[in-house]
Design a binder for this molecule. Structure first.
Ligand SMILES: [Zn+2]
Ligand SMILES: [Zn+2]
Length: 504
């Protein structure tokens, strides 16, 4: 008999699953309750990260008749079922694990028999899967249907404890694993003043401030819509912000950026937008941890931190970032709220004051399904100056030959002219929706909608089109890094590498 000890060096496993998949799973695992256990093999995607490993639920390989021993109150896997699970490792890059229930009111801690089973499976699955990880999860419920879980992932010779499960549905929840005697947990310091969230607690319940303190929110883009969003998230005292922006502060951004001060206008060199946002957060809410990146969201170190967020706010106006966020929502089960603004005027009269909020998530239409982004747009954003000049010259030459030059060059996109009141409206609304998703206190009115401040009834237009059945976003949900071939964008190699400026 081998007893298994998980490592305690700070590395951990994070388990992400959709609400719908989890409901189906529990129906299966608890169907012999209250006295008898049940279990299943399951397939998962994974990503090895700086902090440990992410495992993303793909599907259960449900036991068929004869796969588990029904006469036993425990879970006993028959050889044919094990062979089927091992064979699954040959068809794709996904990993395979086991989840089983313990009887009602029993703790979800591994028994000696579970240790034996896991030692055996970890070795077999690693060997058949050429070094792929193996996951083992245990769940149980008490008489009040209160759920608890525990788990561990074997990867490259070590057992990592599963400390949290992020459940993605109409509500976004982050549930802590029940810890055994050999494990310890670190708790975040309480807020300096428990009166600061009094209004929220009175409005939505006493547990709400704690849910926000337990949450990790990514913000990609830290100026127009991003800085008001960050400001409000700091005031809500969220637990952690992962901030991403490659840019430096410019004077023209001062009217929109909630984090910049007058003195920043003359600072030399100009501060990064991430540094300004981080300073603002520190001043408003010192207990909020900030992990900031001056760089691109697809840089591996940035992706490592974004995939552990409860939710990401997309505050850039680029095709490239939208495509990447759509991929993350589908492949890593990280929901995204995406914000956009557009303003247009003629002869001093406003024609457009459009705000837009859209949601990406597993199963929802991605930005490609929605026609929200274009290949040409991504090309322009990711090309080098030399490539752009080459195409512009080719277009001119084509026009001279009497051929439509647009196939070579659609022209440079017009500059974004937006001002602070509209970017703040959209950033603030977006944070409201984000908080309500975390608290389960409200939904978005539509998965994507636009409004125009100058129109009657605010000119709301909804986009409720379903995902395209043939789109890549629907075929690799939860595949993690194993969906790499289905990513719609990759980081251009000529972009400068990311620097982590803050990581406390
Ligand atoms: Zn067990
Ligand atoms: Zn799609």
């Amino acid at each position: 008999m081998k007893s298994i000890r998980t490592i305690q060096d700070g590395r951990e496993a994070l388990w992400r699953i959709t609400e719908a998949d989890r409901e189906n799973l529990f129906r299966l695992l608890f169907h012999r309750y209250p006295d008898n256990e049940w279990g299943t093999f399951f397939r998962f995607g994974f990503r090895r990260t700086r902090w440990g490993i992410l495992i993303t639920w793909v599907d259960a390989m449900k036991p068929e008749s004869g796969d588990l021993d029904r006469s036993s109150p425990l879970v006993e896997f028959c050889p044919a079922y094990i062979r089927r699970a091992l064979a699954a490792l040959e068809s794709d890059e996904l990993a395979v694990g086991v989840i089983h229930s313990h009887p009602q009111d029993c703790a979800p801690f591994a028994s000696r028999a579970d240790d034996d089973m896991d030692s055996y499976f970890a070795e077999e699955f690693e060997r058949f899967g050429n070094g792929r990880p193996y996951a083992s999860l245990i769940v149980s419920r008490d008489a009040n249907r209160e759920l608890s879980f525990n788990g561990r992932v074997f990867d490259r010779g070590a057992w990592l404890p599963v400390k949290n499960c992020v459940v993605v549905g109409e509500q976004l929840s982050r549930e802590k694993a029940r810890l055994g005697y050999e494990q310890f947990s670190t708790t975040r310091e309480p807020a300096a003043n428990d009166k600061t969230q009094e209004r929220l607690a009175q409005l939505l319940g006493t547990g709400t401030p704690q849910r926000l303190r337990n949450s990790v929110i990514g913000v990609v883009g830290c100026s127009g819509t991003g800085s008001p969003a960050i400001h409000l998230l700091a005031r809500a005292e969220v637990g952690e912000l992962v901030l991403v922006d490659p840019g430096h502060f410019k004077s023209s951004g001062h009217q929109r950026n909630h984090a910049s001060r007058h003195a920043d206008l003359s600072a030399n060199p100009a501060p990064t937008k991430v540094a300004l946002a981080s300073r603002l957060v520190g001043e408003v809410s010192p207990t909020t941890k900030v992990t900031g990146f001056v760089g691109d969201l697809l840089d591996e170190v940035v992706l490592d931190e974004l995939v552990r967020c409860d939710l990401i706010l997309g505050c850039t106006d680029s095709n490239y970032a939208r495509a990447a966020l759509g991929d993350m929502a589908s492949h890593y089960l990280v929901p995204v709220l995406d914000f956009a603004v557009q303003m247009r005027a003629e002869n001093g009269i406003l024609r457009e004051q459009i705000g837009e909020i859209g949601r990406y998530g597993p199963g929802l239409p991605c930005p490609w399904c929605r026609g929200r982004i274009s290949v040409e747009g991504i090309w322009y954003e990711t090309a080098t100056d030399a490539e752009r000049q080459f195409r512009a010259a080719a277009a001119v030459e084509a026009e001279q030959r009497g051929v439509d030059g647009a196939q070579y060059w659609g022209g440079a996109p017009p500059p974004e002219l937006t001002v602070g009141y509209l970017t703040t409206v959209v950033g603030a609304m977006g944070v409201g929706y984000a908080q309500n998703l975390l608290l389960g206190s409200g939904k978005l009115p539509h998965n994507r909608f636009q409004f125009d401040l100058g129109f009657s009834s605010l000119g709301v237009v909804a986009d409720e089109r379903p995902a395209r059945a043939d789109c890549a976003c629907q075929r690799s949900i939860g595949w993690g890094d194993q969906a790499r071939a289905d990513r719609s964008v990759s980081q251009p190699c000529h972009w400068t590498r990311t620097t982590i400026i803050l990581d406390d």
